[in-house]
Design a binder for this molecule. Structure first.
Ligand SMILES: [Cu+2]
Length: 464
């Protein structure tokens, strides 16, 4: 019975692969007519209706408003239905990607260091096609997650590797985390290596309108191959985001966003461990690596671009103060994130820190699209603590051949290991190693993002 299902599913998957391969070779679907003739199962056909909206949006200024014809040539480029333009160079990550100097760690995602030009912090982002392994495959042999996975009776296929062709920044989805201090003046160079125009919005920041990054409204869209420079002063503190603000449903739906974190200028709100976790959702047709961005039925769910069991295991020592900064760049769903074993306080939103008197206790926090939620807590007991979205559709992976048996955890699931303080080990094997480091190995590696450096003080922030 099972082998019948397996071979049938394999056959369908291979058919889809062949179909996609024939129809959607990079660049092969660049003509709207070609795309329109092939609607149906096609991944890229799903992108066509959105892509078709580009020429109208691409009118660069009110002065051109009378020319809203289908002729994209006016904006200097044709709409593209391809994941990448094969004639366009995809740059390696710019220098200082992965060399952040702040205190926040974004597992699986590099941080973004800056150069100084006088008093201005200068960051570099390249919007580009990115191949991302959402799932690396089965957990590492002998790891805690493998033990858990096996104990649940993992169904065949649920930990098959899952590669996705997304859009991101500097080779990463989500893009590298930007970390600054309230009061900083920042300059951000954005280069567009996508096959269509884009722009970058600084989500939650109170900055002059001309810096707001809404392509076609507050600035001319950044055409393929072109660049744009934003510059503003960060007057707020909190957990913010950056994301595409041009053809958003498609571009954010394909991954174009990241964290923008600002520490309070007065050095307040310090914690021992500070993690940033980006929630994203995706829909893929069977056997397909391209996101079906028109779907309202996501079937893959990631934290920092990884689905369990490939999500890193976080670590903290019992009694240490921990902050988790959740942000949601999903197109559709809120994600109620729950952590076992603690009562946290919700200490911040996308509007910045919440005054202490208004913080509220909980252990599940709902994070709507476009929102950020900071929570703070300390573990009381050592052990492996389960953290996951409590929409349980969001904690499995979609490629089970037949989702009728036990579906082991996947999607928006993470383990958090609480360690005994040094010298107090022996309680279940969770003693902190002498060389304990929050950036230590997670025991089930395989993520492509290089590990950021251990936490150090951002300039002017004075430690964490
Ligand atoms: Cu969820």
């Amino acid at each position: 019975m099972m082998s019948f299902f397996r071979s049938a599913v394999r056959g369908v998957a291979q058919w889809f692969e062949r179909f996609r391969g024939a129809q959607a070779r990079d660049g092969a679907l660049r003509s709207p007519q070609a795309a329109a003739g092939r609607r149906g199962f096609l991944t890229l056909a799903a992108l066509a209706p959105l892509g078709a909206a580009v020429p109208a949006l691409a009118q660069p200024s009110p002065g051109h408003a009378g020319h809203a014809t289908a002729g994209a040539g006016h904006a200097g480029h044709a709409p593209s239905f391809a994941w990448r333009d094969p004639s366009r160079r995809i740059s390696p990550p710019p220098p200082l990607t992965g060399k952040g100097t702040g205190s926040v760690r974004t597992p699986h995602v590099p941080s973004l260091g800056h150069e100084l030009d006088g008093g201005v912090k200068v960051f570099r982002l390249v919007a580009q096609p990115v191949e991302r392994m959402l799932l690396d495959g089965p957990p590492a042999p002998g790891s805690v997650i493998e033990r858990w996975h096996k104990a649940m009776g993992a169904m065949e296929g649920m930990d098959l590797p899952k590669k996705a062709r997304l859009w991101g920044f500097n080779g990463s989805v989500p893009g590298p985390s930007i970390e600054v201090v309230q009061g900083d003046r920042v300059r951000i160079h954005v280069v567009n290596e996508l096959p269509e125009a884009t722009s970058v919005h600084w989500h939650g920041l109170e900055i002059p309108n001309v810096q707001d990054g809404v392509g076609g409204l507050t600035q001319e869209p950044i055409l393929p191959g072109r660049s744009y420079t934003y510059e503003f002063e960060v007057t707020q503190a909190g957990t913010f985001m950056y994301h595409s603000s041009f053809n958003e449903k498609k571009q954010v739906g394909m991954g174009l966003g990241g964290f923008f974190i600002a520490h309070p200028a007065d050095g307040s709100r310090r914690v021992d461990r500070d993690f940033a976790l980006m929630l994203q959702e995706w829909h893929f047709l069977p056997g397909n690596e391209h996101v079906d961005v028109t779907s309202t039925d996501p079937n893959w769910f990631t934290i920092n671009g990884k689905a369990a069991p490939s999500t890193e295991m976080l670590q903290a020592v019992v009694g240490e103060t921990v902050r988790l900064r959740f942000a949601n760049l999903s197109n559709l769903h809120a994600h109620p994130i729950h952590l076992h074993g603690v009562t946290w306080r919700v200490t911040g939103t996308e509007g910045g820190p919440i005054p202490e008197s208004a913080q509220w206790p909980g252990n599940t926090v709902n994070v709507p699209p476009g929102a950020a939620r900071d929570v703070e807590f300390a573990f009381r007991f050592p052990g492996y603590w389960h953290m996951h979205c409590h929409k349980l559709h969001h904690v499995v992976n979609a490629h089970a051949p037949v989702p009728m048996g036990i579906m082991p955890m996947g999607g928006m699931t993470m383990l958090f290991e609480a360690l005994d303080p040094p010298g107090q080990g022996g309680h279940g094997g969770h003693g902190a190693p002498a060389s304990h480091s929050p950036t230590g190995p997670s025991g089930h590696g395989g993520h492509e993002a290089s590990a950021p450096p251990p936490p150090t003080a951002p300039s002017g922030h004075g430690g964490n």
